[in-house]
Write a protein that binds this ligand. Structure first.
Ligand code: PHE
Length: 473
């Protein structure tokens, strides 16, 4: 163990930083709409079961590997496998995946930052027009906002783990909770809000089929920032006295609570704006929801609270989503940065600059794939669908590789690193966990059905996405 490794300063700091990673755009918009369309309370139930019984054990596996090795994911796989080449490849995958997810996630964060700026400066009426989003993402101002987002990320990350990531999480996360609650309270007092609550919560088990179950698991997995090397990296910044099971439970609970609460903001807002809405018309894509649909809803508020009031509500919403996005972006970007520092012995700032430069180039390629440049816009075709560069990055790294990384960490922990080491790591700092029912469950599940399920999802996604042949519906 290297004595000089950076560490989180407190248990709360670690939990807030990990929760900051987990709470992201997916929680605030993707989850509520996905839940409402796919069976309401029934979806929520399935989602909660997946979080507790599948995702939480995987999070424990990732955090333990990080803490035991005190290394980035590549270093962790290498050290704990005794330098095995195959496992080193898995380590590489855990560095490349987060980097590429950071690429597309940063583009969406840049758009949010732009919309935040526009609503604060009084341009909500412009944002509410249908053609604005298309013009916005193909306009040159995108690059100014990109510079802003990269600068904020740099400012946070150059401070390191304690003075940067932890400090930012301690300010941004409480502000996020506060803004979320304030918006929920505001929205619930609007006319017809209860129709949205009902639509969100009343269970409809008929809607549950294989595709919905698969979607719920993927959503839970992504939402808890698993398969991205993040929890390995953050786990490497805590010491042997930290309680991994207790912290992981709190992170999962916070993430799920925020996703659930966000539903009490988004759906009542939609229903109070348009009581006759046909639920089938709700787009499941977070992107069209945030950038095309919600600005119209905010603008509609001007009849009751005036244009300034409506702009204030929109600004709070975009600030909330921006905080959620930036804490996730910081966590995912820290993975390649920490790998450069520990694998190549670089200092933090040069490592940040190198990764930052690569990120700018690849994000610009993504940003240019919305009609700016033909080559990136019509990048390639698979399963008879034409894909832009942005789509390819999204499909490959977000949709396909995450469950594969989850499968690999489970197999690694139980069959290479071995159960006894895993348990020793979990028990250190958490004496009550030792020999508990939950520990036995974690051992059993991580060694058996969780990797099988994740592998099945991976195979199904590959068949479906790239060959147009879905096995699981
Ligand atoms: N949990 C995040 C979300 O819901 C996922 C994520 C984490 C994405 C880190 C990017 C970076 O949006």
């Amino acid at each position: 163990m290297s004595g000089s490794r950076e560490q989180f300063g407190s248990k709360l700091g670690f939990i807030l930083a990990a929760a900051g990673s987990a709470v992201g755009i997916g929680n605030l918009v993707g989850f509520p709409v996905g839940a409402a369309k796919n069976g309401g309370g029934a979806f929520l139930l399935i989602y909660a079961i997946f979080v507790a019984f599948i995702c939480l054990p995987v999070m424990l596996a990732e955090m333990s590997v990080g803490r035991s090795s005190q290394k980035d994911p590549l270093g962790a796989y290498t050290t704990l496998s005794g330098g095995h080449r195959g496992w080193r490849t898995a380590g590489w995958l855990s560095i490349v995946t987060p980097f590429m997810i950071a690429v597309f996630y940063s583009v969406i964060t840049v758009w949010i930052f732009g919309y935040l700026f526009e609503s604060v400066t009084g341009n909500l009426d412009l944002l509410a027009q249908p053609e604005t989003f298309g013009n916005f993402i193909t306009g040159g101002s995108i690059f100014i906002y990109m510079a802003g987002v990269i600068a904020i990320m740099y400012l946070i990350l150059q401070g390191g783990v304690k003075q940067g990531i932890e400090k930012a999480a301690k300010v941004l996360m409480p502000s996020l909770f506060f803004m979320l609650i304030a918006l929920v309270l505001f929205v619930l007092t609007r006319d017809n809000a209860m129709a949205g609550v009902e639509f969100y919560l009343i269970p409809d088990f008929d809607k549950i089929d294989a595709a919905v179950v698969n979607g719920a698991l993927s959503q839970a997995f992504f939402s808890l920032s698993l398969g991205m090397g993040i929890m390995i990296t953050y786990g490497s910044y805590i010491d042997s006295k930290a309680d991994i099971p207790g912290s992981a439970k709190l992170v999962a609970l916070t993430d799920t609570a925020v996703a659930f609460t966000a539903g009490l903001m988004i759906l009542p807002a939609i229903f109070s704006f348009n009581p006759q809405i046909n639920p089938e018309d709700l787009s499941e894509s977070s992107v069209s929801m945030i950038f095309s649909f919600l600005p119209q809803i905010f603008l509609e508020l001007q009849t009751s609270i005036g244009y300034v009031g409506a702009s204030a509500v929109a600004s709070i919403f975009f600030l909330l989503v921006f905080f959620a996005a930036i804490t996730s972006l910081v966590s995912i970007f820290e993975v390649p940065v920490s790998a450069l520092m520990s694998e190549k012995g670089m200092q933090r700032k040069p490592a940040l600059l190198l990764c930052g430069l690569l990120l700018v180039i690849l994000s610009a390629m993504c940003a240019l794939s919305f009609g700016f440049v033909d080559f990136f816009t019509h990048f390639m075709t698979y399963a008879n669908t034409e894909k832009s560069f942005f789509d390819v990055v999204y499909d490959v790294f977000y949709d396909t590789i995450l469950p594969l990384n989850g499968f690999l960490i489970c197999i690694f922990v139980m069959y290479r690193w071995k159960k006894s080491n895993f348990n020793r790591e979990l028990d250190s700092g958490a004496p009550k966990f030792k020999k508990s029912l939950f520990e036995r469950y974690v051992n059993f599940s991580v060694g058996t059905f969780i990797p099988v399920l994740l592998l099945a999802i991976f195979i199904n996604t590959v068949a479906d996405k790239y060959f147009g042949f879905a096995i699981l519906g």
